[in-house]
Each structure stands twice: as C-alpha cells, then as structure tokens.
Design a protein around this ligand. Structure first.
Ligand code: ADP
Length: 143
C-alpha cells in the first residue's frame, strides 16, 4: 500500500529584503517546482499591531525591535501553499533561520543575507498550529 502523507496548507511570507531585491519570482518558481499549489496570495505591509500579533513569541526579546523594523521596511508577499506534508517540506527547502548556515540550495541560503540574521528572505510556518494561526492572521480568517 502507498504511504501517503496528509495534504496540508502552510504559509510562506516573502520578506521585504527579498521583495526589494526582486527575488519573489524566483522564489515562487522554486515553490511551484517543489510541487506546491499556490492557493492564496497577498501583498501587504506589516503594521505594529500585526507585527506584535504575528511574532507574539518574540515580543520582548532583544532582537524584536530590529525584526519589526525590518518587517516594516517594505512590502511583504504572503502565499498559502498546499502539498502533501507541506509544513515540514517547506521548512526543509527554506533552510534554517540563519541564512549563512542554511544548506546550499535552500531558499535562505540562496536569497538571505549571510551577514545579517534577521534578513533571511522568507518566513515559513513551523507546525500545524502555527500554520493555521498565521494563515488566519494574514488572510483574516481565510477570506
Ligand atoms: P524562523 O523564522 O526560522 O521560524 P524564529 O521564529 O526563531 O525563526 O524567528 C523569527 C524571525 O526573527 C527569524 O526568521 C529572523 O528574521 C528573526 N530572528 C530570529 N532570531 C534572531 C536573532 N537572534 N537575531 C536577529 N533576528 C532574529
């Protein structure tokens, strides 16, 4: 019998650094070639309220002001992606938080700033609970 993993939705956000560097198209191509269906998309700017809700686990940490400033430095593109095992698979092809340590060929290795940890090209949801919460937050209860 075939061992299929569950179909899932996850969220990717192309952060302002990658948007300003015009890397959104290449990142979307990687996602399509990796078998993701593009279900929803949106370009927006992150205000204070959204930054504090989205990164609630980081509010109060020393890097939060810099993270907020970076996320507000330009437009962001959010996409809801669907695929088997979407959440873990996306995290794999995105690579680890620090772009300079991300595996060769991963999105953060290719498009992140290797000298500035915060500037790592994309966000990817890290578990099913976060994916649901983040999709609802960005797409306002899936509208
Ligand atoms: P990830 O985005 O890989 O899930 P986290 O949720 O830990 O990582 O952090 C959210 C974002 O905050 C990171 O993607 C990165 O932009 C920034 N960040 C995380 N840790 C640091 C840090 N120590 N210094 C500066 N920026 C950080």
């Amino acid at each position: 019998m075939e061992n299929r993993l569950p179909m899932e939705e996850t969220l990717i956000m192309i952060k302002p650094d990658a948007m300003l560097a015009k890397n959104a198209g290449e990142i979307i191509t990687i996602l399509e070639k990796s078998g993701f269906e593009l279900k929803k998309s949106k370009i927006f700017r992150m205000d204070d309220e959204l930054a504090e809700k989205f990164y609630v686990e980081h509010v109060g940490k020393d890097f939060f002001p810099g993270l907020k400033k970076f996320m507000q430095s330009g437009p962001i593109m959010a996409l809801v992606l669907e695929r088997e095992n979407a959440i873990n698979y996306l995290r794999e092809i995105v690579g680890c938080t620090d772009s300079s340590k991300a595996e060769p060929g991963t999105i953060r290795n290719l498009y992140g700033n290797h000298n500035f940890l915060t500037s790592n090209a994309v966000h990817a949801s890290d578990c099913p609970v976060s994916a649901k919460r983040e999709i609802n937050l960005i797409f306002q209860n899936n509208k």
